[in-house]
Write a protein that binds this ligand. Structure first.
Ligand SMILES: [Zn+2]
Length: 344
């Protein structure tokens, strides 16, 4: 998109960015994976910064409990029940109508990674789980695309920018993803809004530096902060980067090649489980809604059909065959319900 010199005058006056940097931002495409607390902040900051094209990838819908920290959504979005990616795109287009926003309502999986993450200059992590982050890391390392990892929980945050082949990657830092339930989540430990705002803002700054080519200002440092204790530190990852990581140095991609992960996943911060779609699945939502009308209260829009079943269970089915079962954290029960109602 063309640079608007008046709109971005203050940013261009910042000497390390300048007119040349602004032109690079306008020519850039970025994928934001996950549009929750972190993704909202990143997407908003990059749209306002003048990034030309943003792909917003998210699998979920906004809920009331998101509103304290997910800055792109409001009460109307929760009431409308439209997917986060679509709601976010509407808000972002009102912020800068010249930015090309591509909302993608989908789950990042090994099968969808190339389609969702390809064709951009940078990927930013707005996810809340290690499976998605390992997929992003492996895709980025294989394709040579820089990416920015961020995480926030409680009052703590961490940010790592990865320049494949030049700096440490996520697997250098975390050799194996933690077992489900091994780490605190937003659900168990909670989160305060400012932690997400800070982490999202630092991720956006790292993204801007990478996009304008200030690579000597990025990477091989993990920022760790604790807003409650007012602690900020940077951990030097150069020794890790030199250790011969299987993924970024030796080309091993277990998540991308489907040798790790998959299946049913408890959703962070919710009494819900996502059940993955079989490869190539697609659901005729209108037909499904009609079929379910006798089984429970059905609400539908072009992206999702929700069915309120007995016992406080709600089944939300997406057009790509994914389902989110709310009202349980039991993965086996969720898989069973999806098999029963969707036949997946
Ligand atoms: Zn690595």
């Amino acid at each position: 998109m063309p640079v608007d010199p008046e709109r971005h005058s203050r940013q261009m006056r910042f000497a390390p960015l300048g007119a040349a940097g602004q032109a690079r931002l306008a020519a850039a495409g970025v994928a934001v994976v996950g549009c929750g607390a972190l993704g909202s902040v990143v997407a908003m900051a990059l749209t306002r910064a003048g990034v030309g094209r943003l792909r917003i990838i998210d699998r979920d819908v906004p809920e009331r409990s998101n509103l304290p920290r997910q800055v792109l959504f409001d009460e109307a979005d929760v009431a409308a029940g439209i997917p986060k990616a679509v709601a976010a795109a509407g808000h972002l287009e009102r912020i800068d109508s010249s930015c090309r926003i591509e909302p993608v309502v989908a789950d990042l999986t090994a099968a969808s990674a190339a389609r969702l993450l390809g064709g951009v200059d940078l990927i930013v992590d707005g996810t809340d789980n290690f499976e998605a982050r390992f997929l992003v890391n492996e895709f980025a390392c294989r394709a040579g695309i820089p990416w920015v990892h961020g995480g926030a929980i409680g009052a703590e945050g961490r940010v790592l920018a990865v320049l494949p082949g030049r700096t440490a990657c996520l697997r250098c830092l975390v050799p194996e993803p933690p077992a489900p339930g091994a780490l605190p989540t937003c659900e168990t430990a909670g989160i305060i809004g400012p932690a997400a705002l800070v982490v999202g803002a630092v991720e956006a700054a790292e993204a801007i530096k990478i996009l304008v080519g200030a690579l000597d200002r990025v990477g091989n440092r993990l920022l760790v902060c604790d807003l409650w204790e007012n602690l900020w530190r940077c951990v030097d990852l150069a020794p890790l980067a030199a250790a011969g990581c299987p993924t970024c140095r030796q080309g091993d991609y277990p998540w991308l090649e489907g040798r790790a992960g998959g299946g049913a996943t408890p959703l962070c911060g919710r009494d819900a489980v996502q059940v993955a779609a079989p490869p190539g699945a697609a659901v005729d939502l209108a037909a499904f809604a009609a079929r379910m009308a006798a089984c429970g209260r059905v609400t539908a829009n072009p992206w999702i059909v929700r069915v309120a079943l007995e016992g406080g269970i709600e089944l939300a089915v997406f057009a790509d065959g994914r389902a989110i079962v709310s009202g349980t954290r039991d993965e086996a029960r969720a898989r069973g319900l999806v098999a029963r109602w969707l036949g997946a």
